[in-house]
Design a protein around this ligand. Structure first.
Ligand code: AFP
Length: 338
């Protein structure tokens, strides 16, 4: 019998190192973990569960079609996290406005932001999806937060993580002191620590980008991918491999495991829609940047560090270039060269 460290034990032991800790943070992470177990269960049942697959017939604030599991996962995240007195308010990719707690629940000191089911276009085809979350501190003295209270740069995140619903369910977490990885033991129903201090290899020969957008990219990205495709004979002097899952959680997880560069860059297709990129700053880019940087990688828009950006609105979109440090720095340098 293997007696591993559970996620709860891990967080409590870390919290003991801070004399001022009240246990609220442990309580919050416990509720997030419970929500992720419930979502994992729904995702795993797939077509066996009644009325779970397929489209909900609604669109989210981003104008994207919502899957039934998107809507259910959003409800689970809200239901699990609203009652415990740990959060003051929440923001979800699936909600138009921030979510203020019903009157009867006590207010806590954290703001919780999440993408309840990222990569949901993959659900019906049984490919990995995930839940991404970011935790901020609620500004001092604020009882009923407004959207403005959420507009803090990524550098102020207290914690960030994701649950990946793949062949196994994993939780990857950072509280600003490295990245740790937990695997759900389905027999016991607990996340068990399976890797401490995950680090991303600095060098890579693997890139992930939606190649169908090639004609819309800016010159620096065209140049970089062209150089990757030239392989050993080109200026990078090595052959590259390509992956594209269309599920950011799965791409970041692969990069944490074996390195790589992931890009959803600025392109003229999204610019024509008046957007600055495809991925969302607060629900995807900031939490993933925090994890990637804590694992020794880098994350930029191509022009600036993502976590330094001052958010303008909660549903803001940004270009994303993240992963193995050497390649991210190369792409960023190409943007700076113009
Ligand atoms: P969905 O959650 O709507 O499926 O979007 C997933 C995502 O935001 C991100 O996880 C992927 O990396 C990216 O979109 C996939 O984009 P393409 O559809 O252009 O491949």
């Amino acid at each position: 019998m293997h007696i591993g460290t559970t996620l709860t034990q891990f967080i409590i032991e870390k919290e003991h190192q801070h004399v001022e800790a009240t246990g609220a943070f442990t309580g919050l992470l416990n509720e997030i973990a419970t929500a992720c177990k419930i979502i994992s269960n729904g995702v795993n049942h797939g077509g066996l569960a009644e009325d779970v697959l397929g489209v909900a017939g609604t669109e989210n604030v981003q104008g994207e079609e919502q899957k039934k599991l998107d809507v259910l996962s959003n409800e689970v995240m809200i239901a699990r996290n609203q009652w415990g007195g740990h959060v003051a308010a929440m923001a979800s990719e699936e909600e138009d406005d921030i979510y203020n707690l019903p009157r009867e629940y006590p207010r806590g000191k954290y703001l919780l932001l999440f993408d309840p089911l990222d990569g949901s276009s993959n659900i019906d085809v049984n490919i990995s999806v995930g839940t991404i979350f970011s935790i901020l501190r609620c500004p001092e003295g604020v009882e009923e937060p407004t959207a403005d209270d959420f507009l803090q740069p990524g550098t102020t995140q207290v914690a960030a993580g994701y649950a990946l619903y793949g062949p196994s369910t994993e939780m990857v977490l950072t509280t600003g002191n490295g990245v740790n990885r937990f695997t759900l033991d389905p027999n016991v129903g607990e996340f068990i620590l399976t890797e401490e201090n995950v680090t991303i290899p600095q060098e890579t020969q693997e890139f992930a980008i939606n190649m169908s957008n090639q004609r819309f990219w800016e010159a620096p990205v065209k140049r970089y991918i062209d150089e990757c495709l030239q392989g050993k004979e080109g200026p990078l002097g090595k052959d590259f491999n390509m992956r594209w899952v269309a599920s950011m959680v799965a791409e970041v997880h692969r990069i944490l495991n074996r390195g790589g560069i992931f890009m959803y860059p600025m392109d003229s297709k999204t610019a024509a829609k008046g957007q600055a990129g495809k991925l969302r700053l607060m629900y995807e880019a900031n939490p993933m940047s925090f994890i990637v940087e804590q694992a020794g990688g880098a994350s930029t828009t191509g022009r600036e560090r993502i976590m330094d950006m001052k958010p303008e609105h909660i549903h803001q979109r940004v270009p994303v270039v993240l992963g193995s440090r050497t390649e991210v720095e190369r792409v960023t340098a190409y943007h700076k060269e113009g």
